[in-house]
Design a protein around this ligand. Structure first.
Ligand code: HEM
Length: 137
């Protein structure tokens, strides 16, 4: 069997945290409409519970992402790789800001735009992460 290394642990932590951050948003989006109809009073509790899991996961994504950046010697990678990396980090920043606006927002527009932009940017960051990995360096 193959042996895990520090690189395996770094990528594993990045990917499992990204899965929780991205997957959790879709699960919550699937639950909210029904819950709004049947148990609207429970929405706030659910949103707070989601935040307690999702934000630490986002923190792990950012920390392990910075750890990866230090490991890959970005100056020795192709300009296409660097441009993709820049775009990916941009999407991650937008995802964090949009999700924070969604979480703190009071208006329907802030909630809807923040939520949708947060989820889409997160998926874009995930896709670009896989693209980077598949075309490393
Ligand atoms: C919403 C935020 C993010 C998501 C969903 C995400 C997701 C991913 C995924 C799925 C991979 C591919 C891993 C693999 O195929 O094994 C990846 C790779 C990577 N990510 Fe992220 N990521 C995010 C944020 C960040 C941030 C903020 C940084 C840097 C500060 C970062 C840096 C990296 C690096 C450097 C790699 C390549 C690692 C390598 O090839 O060794 N990511 N990311």
């Amino acid at each position: 069997m193959l042996s895990p290394t520090a690189d395996t642990v770094r990528l594993f932590l990045h990917v499992i945290a990204a899965s929780i951050w991205v997957g959790g948003q879709f699960v919550v989006a699937g639950i909210v409409p029904g819950m709004r109809r049947t148990h609207p009073e429970a929405l706030k509790t659910m949103a707070q519970g989601f935040g307690r899991v999702a934000w630490p996961a986002f923190g792990v994504v950012v920390i392990t992402g910075m750890w990866s950046l230090m490991e890959i010697e970005i100056q020795n990678t192709s300009s296409a790789y660097q441009a993709t990396m820049l775009l990916k980090i941009g999407f991650a920043v937008v995802a964090g800001i949009a999700a924070a606006i969604h979480a703190a927002g009071k208006s329907k527009v802030a909630m809807a735009v923040g939520g949708a932009l947060g989820a889409l940017s997160s998926v874009a960051a995930l896709f670009l992460g896989v693209l980077l990995r598949a075309n490393g360096g």
